[in-house]
Design a protein around this ligand. Structure first.
Ligand SMILES: Cc1ncc(COP(=O)(O)O)c(C=O)c1O
Length: 441
């Protein structure tokens, strides 16, 4: 039976079995994956076909910022689908027109022109193209502790171990050390980190470097909030050497940190800004790269060599417009700030209570806990790029208790939808508290 409803009414186990048999799960040896079957979702919660409910403490993949099942976004997509499902990228459509104008309003400084893609990796690929075509230089600097996507070029920009299997790849990417060196070595000052960046630029030859791409608050590599002055310093160094500052706001954008974009906390205007995830809250895939006026001007009489069949897809543009409206109507940035303050308090209680909490960080609702064996050695509870029995036990505890979050190495994340309530946030931390007590060695 090959009909659209061939999967209707399947049990959770059958869904898991079929997806494992006929589809490939990402970043995994297939025999080790153990997916949660998801049948539906609303607000901060999702559930299995059998009705087991989970608090979505990671907004799925740090992307459903507006929360699940929002009728306003659903209606906007449905309406656009009925009006015009698709027009090719050489056409001009109303949702594309409106979205460009809206993004120009909320992005910093004179960023006012956008190239739309299908997601974050493609946004970064096109940022590299723009930077190379604009500057005539070819090298791109990027952090080691970073993730920029899984397409060929974005994979090379990525500094973390997900890059290794794809090497050798696009030439010209130079990785630089972040201001953070892991829980045992800690943080550089902004001044030292900037000196290291500048030294790298001198050693590489500034005239060969098109851009420096960085997550302003690093995401999966540890919710790394840079020391004050660092981003302003990067802006200054880039300007002095004619290097484009490219910020990857794919995860940190759209209210996650309590501002529209993470760079807004430090009032920095990058030359290029990439985005995805929260742009549509993942209701429909969409990414974008935004550029400042002087870069857009460059392409007035020079060809931009880049394109995608689904560039400026009307459904995705309509979804983004509706999502941005929800952020505004429901004051979700304000809620992210308020709940973020509460998260900071709840995290400090965790630190006081549990010796194995080595560090906690959050900015708005972008949060992470780093676990250690003990505070004296500060040895991570799982090694770099690895796992451990206690981390696996914690993951199992959270799952059994109906708390979904992202667990990586010795860390776990706290990235709920921006609509989370105080009660839901306290509920999550109550499970975390019990989980940490349960795995105490
Ligand atoms: C900072 C950052 N950049 C880029 C990407 C890639 O985005 P996508 O998976 O939509 O290609 C991600 C995805 O997690 C990300 O976190």
């Amino acid at each position: 039976m090959k009909t659209a409803d061939a999967t209707a009414g399947l049990s959770g186990q059958t869904i898991v079995d079929l997806t494992k048999k006929h589809t490939l799960y990402e970043w995994s040896a297939q025999s080790t994956v153990d997916p949660i079957p998801v049948a539906g979702a609303k607000g901060c919660w999702f559930w299995t076909p059998e009705g087991k409910r989970y608090l979505d403490f990671n907004s799925q993949l740090m992307c459903v910022n507006a929360g699940h099942g929002d009728e306003r976004i659903i209606r906007a997509i449905a309406q656009q689908l009925e009006t015009l499902a698709y027009a090719n990228p050489f056409m001009a459509t109303e949702p594309r027109a409106r979205l460009g104008r809206k993004l120009a309003e909320i992005t910093p400084g004179d960023i006012d022109t956008f190239f739309f893609t299908n997601g974050g990796a493609e946004a970064n690929e096109n940022a590299v193209k723009l930077a190379r075509q604009y500057t005539g230089r070819h090298k791109i600097l990027s952090f080691y502790r970073s993730y920029h996507g899984a397409t060929a070029g974005a994979m090379m920009l990525t500094g973390d171990p997900r890059r290794w299997a794809a090497e050798p790849g696009m030439p010209g990417v130079v990785h630089v050390l972040n201001p953070y060196h892991g829980i045992q070595r800690g943080w550089d000052t902004a001044k030292d980190a900037l000196a290291m960046l500048e030294e790298t630029i001198q050693l590489e030859g500034a005239q060969t470097i098109a851009g420096f791409i960085l997550e302003p608050v690093t995401g999966t590599n540890g919710v790394l909030i840079p020391p004050d002055g660092y981003l302003q310093g990067v802006r200054d160094v880039c300007s002095r050497y004619g290097i484009l500052m490219i910020v990857d706001e794919v995860m940190s954008g759209f209210g996650r940190t309590g501002e529209w974009f993470a760079v807004d906390h430090w009032r920095v205007v990058p030359d290029l800004m990439t985005m995805a995830k929260g742009l549509t809250s993942a209701y429909v895939p969409l990414g974008a790269v935004g550029m400042r006026r002087h870069i857009a001007e460059h392409f007035r009489d020079k060809v931009f060599y880049g394109g995608l069949t689904y560039n400026s897809h009307p459904l995705a543009c309509a979804a983004a417009l509706a999502t941005l409206q929800v952020y505004e109507d429901d004051r979700l940035l304000e809620n992210a700030r308020r709940m973020g303050t509460l998260m900071t308090t709840l995290m400090s209680t965790l630190r006081e209570k549990h010796e194995m909490v080595g560090a906690t960080r959050n900015i708005g609702l972008f949060g992470l806990v780093e676990l250690v064996k003990d505070r004296k050695s500060m040895e991570p509870l799982a090694p770099f790029n690895g796992t451990s029995e206690p981390m696996k036990a914690l993951a199992k505890f959270f799952r059994d208790e109906g708390l979904y979050t992202f667990i990586r190495w010795n860390t776990f994340f706290a990235n709920p939808p921006l609509s989370i309530t105080e009660e839901e946030l306290r509920h999550a931390f109550e499970i975390i508290d019990r989980g940490l007590a349960a795995i105490k060695q």
